[in-house]
Design a protein around this ligand. Structure first.
Ligand SMILES: NC(=O)c1ccc[n+]([C@@H]2O[C@H](COP(=O)([O-])OP(=O)(O)OC[C@H]3O[C@@H](n4cnc5c(N)ncnc54)[C@H](O)[C@@H]3O)[C@@H](O)[C@H]2O)c1
Length: 356
């Protein structure tokens, strides 16, 4: 199997390349394609990155090659990690509209090239932001079942980890999904939380203890209040300690926000979630993950079949995503998912430049 990383020299791209090889996901008969931009620093660095990866992993590295034009991207799985990122620094405003303006052309360039020159079977995993815009652009060019945004899977892993940390257990013992929009407008689906080894009553008791009497109605204001509180702290260690006191779902939003703002960014966690998805696709079995996908009436929200990009649990296999795996949501989850879905659709219209 072949994997192509567009934006390979970026922080996230590099971390994905390293983890793919270190975790043994690509054996010596596979191919890893590193895609950079022609000319400029990144166009040169991509050749250096290739040599550095071979230097580090010669005993078990896949065949590694380089491309610097969108029309030369060839692989079974294409990871779209190219584009401008959100600025770091405490107190910096996050402007997804500006990011969309800057990255839309890059998304279109690669989507059009893959549609024209690709095999017609490649699966695209979207990492670049805004994830929802890139998923829409690639879905229209390639067909929606071949395109999955990894933001909801990353948010899911973060939510599970915060629950696990609060309970003093490891993440692999916690199940459950996050839906919605990647980042601040994620929708933590508490009704889907499972704890390995516990029956439904024990689980319900623990979830009630973790969650208190809060519902998703107050989620957005809790996030805003927590962000305001930590943004005012001069000492970053003190700010991280303050995050430790928040409920797990709020932590799942605020901790990565602070990590990014600290200047460290979130490349390793993002790469881990991306490599997870690549492994799922290469594995050949249908596995349920969460991802941003372009829906066309698979679920009902607000009393109507939903159309638009939304993070939801989906079954993913070698041909992309097949089914949405959302059963009986709680009333507050259904309502928030509907509100977030509407907000994403409005943003997508604006990001497209007003065209329907
Ligand atoms: N989905 C998530 O959870 C998540 C998490 C972290 C970062 N991200 C996003 O991933 C993207 C990359 O983040 P980063 O931190 O690696 O940024 P970065 O600035 O370190 O790297 C961006 C890379 O994209 C490359 N690039 C830009 N335009 C290109 C083009 N036209 N062709 C080829 N390469 C091009 C740049 O050369 C650079 O190597 C950003 O959009 C960021 O917001 C997403």
């Amino acid at each position: 199997m072949d994997v192509s990383i567009v934006g390979a020299t970026g922080d996230v791209g590099r971390a994905i390349c390293g983890q793919l090889i270190e975790r043994g996901e690509l054996g010596p008969t596979s191919r890893l394609q590193l895609v950079g931009r022609p000319g400029g620093a990144s166009g040169q660095a991509v050749h250096g990155l290739r040599v550095d990866l071979i230097d580090a992993h010669d005993e078990h590295a896949p065949h590694i090659d380089v491309a610097d034009r969108p029309e030369d991207v060839v692989a079974d799985v294409v990871v779209m990690a190219a584009g401008r990122t959100l600025p770091t620094g405490t107190g910096v405003t996050i402007d997804r509209d500006a990011l969309a303006r800057d990255n839309r052309r890059t998304f279109e360039e690669y989507a059009d090239a893959l549609a024209e020159h690709g095999s017609g079977h490649e699966i695209v995993i979207v990492v670049a932001n805004p994830v929802e815009l890139a998923v829409e652009v690639f879905s229209h060019a390639l067909g929606r079942h071949r395109v999955i945004g990894m933001g909801a899977w990353l948010d899911t892993l973060r939510f599970r980890r915060e629950i696990a940390a609060t309970l003093g257990i490891r993440r692999h013992r916690v199940g459950g999904f996050v839906a919605g929009q990647h980042g601040d407008r994620m929708v933590p689906l508490w009704s889907t939380v499972r704890l390995r080894g516990l029956d439904a009553d024990e689980r319900a008791e623990i979830v009630t203890r973790l969650r208190g009497d809060r519902t998703l109605t107050s989620f957005a204001s809790e996030i805003a209040a927590a962000k305001q509180r930590i943004t005012g702290m001069a000492d970053i260690a003190e700010a991280f300690a303050a995050v430790d006191t928040l409920p797990p779902d709020v932590q799942a939003v605020v901790r990565p926000y602070l990590t990014h703002q600290s200047g460290a960014k979130t490349a390793h966690g993002t790469a881990n979630a991306t490599v997870d998805l690549i492994r799922t696709i290469l594995d050949g079995r249908d596995i349920v993950v969460a991802g941003q996908v372009l829906l066309d009436g698979e679920i009902e929200l607000g009393g109507m079949p939903w159309r638009g990009v939304l993070g939801v649990p989906v079954a993913v296999g070698p041909d992309g995503w097949t089914r949405v795996m959302l059963d009986d949501l709680a009333a507050d989850e259904r309502r928030m998912l509907w509100e977030v879905g509407q907000a994403i659709n409005e943003s997508l219209v604006a990001w497209r430049g007003g065209a329907p």
